[in-house]
Write a protein of this length. Sequence first.
Length: 213
Amino acid sequence: MTLKPTKPKPDLGRAEQTIADLAAAYPEVTEDRPWGHRAFKIRGKTFLFLGADAEGLGLSVKLPESGVMALELPFTEPTHYGLGKSGWVSATFKSAKDIPMPLVKEWLDESFRAIAPKKIATQAAPQKMMQMIPPARKTERPDSAKKKSRAPTQLTPPARKSERPAFVKESPTANQMIPPPRRTQGPARAKKKPAAAPSRRAPSNDGRARARK
């Protein structure tokens, strides 16, 4: 990667600084400037070469895992000076809008983990990636959708406790429903007629005569 010492365009300068800030955020990283461009190191070992000029922006990273796939992209090539044999990949961009920043972030993380000591790579790299990822924003629905979603809750009356009908509450029990047995009454006894009193009529003349005889 060879860059001319000329001032880059403003958009390329901002993109260069963004990538530099991402690299410098890793723990124990130092920056050096050999051969006229920037080099970011972890304990003396470089994991990123970066530079920009009037013709574009260039960077080189070590990609032991995704290097083969990265070399299939039209803006990449194996790094010169024999570094390509060790998994180093170089990328060049003519405009800032052509830089796939999410992919560059992944390359930075892979290169840092490949160069950094195992203890730092396993503990610091995941935390670094969480700092690079912006917090998720809550998706807000349009006002029309909010009104529609609130309408059912406003129209629906509050749930009422189920009550048994009045006739169920007042229904008699089984014992109350059975009428009490009626007392059976025998046939009415015929009332005895009083005996006729003996006649006290005075005996006739014939009777008197008979009595005398």
